[in-house]
Design a protein around this ligand. Sequence first.
Ligand code: NAP
Length: 211
Amino acid sequence: LKIGILGTGDVGTNLGARFVQLGHEVKLGSRTEEKAQKWAQGKGPKAYGGTFADAAAFAEVVFNCTSGSVSLEALKLAGEKNLSGKVLVDVANALNFSNGELTLTVANTDSLGEQIQRAFPSAKVVKALNTMNIRVQVDPNIVHGESDVFICGNDSGAKTKVTEILGWLGWKAPIDLGGIDRARGMEALFLFWYSLRVKYQSALFNFKIVR
Ligand SMILES: NC(=O)c1ccc[n+]([C@@H]2O[C@H](COP(=O)([O-])OP(=O)(O)OC[C@H]3O[C@@H](n4cnc5c(N)ncnc54)[C@H](OP(=O)(O)O)[C@@H]3O)[C@@H](O)[C@H]2O)c1
């Protein structure tokens, strides 16, 4: 698969590296191409770097791994036409750590996932992987026992594709919460995740739903 990854932080670089390792072609994107090109160096012939727009144009499936509070700006740079008709996996959380307090820049009656879907109506937005640390995202077995990953989005075909991709990373079938408005809960879960992160002084844990 041709995968475009928007974002050069921990999430973009590690997800990208994992997909290359799994045999896929990956183009990482950043505001200016140098950062992304640096990532591609030494990763073999299937790893490329470019701008956000280059990565989105290249891809069959696009991952938004940009800082959530500026994701809409990053996606504008990626370009609506480069996202049109494509599965857009939104991994971002819209966090604000100012004043020593953690808040979400969008919450309750809206979510980043919905904002992205509204801004790019021809993209098929699927929220996924935002409820665990990147080391768990790319290697679910790093925590003991089976745990859960959640997805939501309006397009069922896109969710089927994301389910397949999650399987490549080692995830069992995700819990499908419904339409993209369910991103409100998935994003709010970060606040709880963060309390556990502080309590355990480690990010190596995940949620498991039992019924
Ligand atoms: N870290 C985790 O384990 C984890 C787990 C779950 C979800 N998440 C979420 O995943 C996303 C990525 O996290 P991260 O820690 O890897 O990276 P990050 O530091 O949150 O984001 C880095 C990316 O944001 C872009 N960016 C920053 N300011 C921008 C602006 N003004 N306009 C456009 N783009 C801008 C940067 O562009 P350049 O490349 O040009 O610098 C870079 O590619 C975040 O939304 C985070 O909340 C993280």
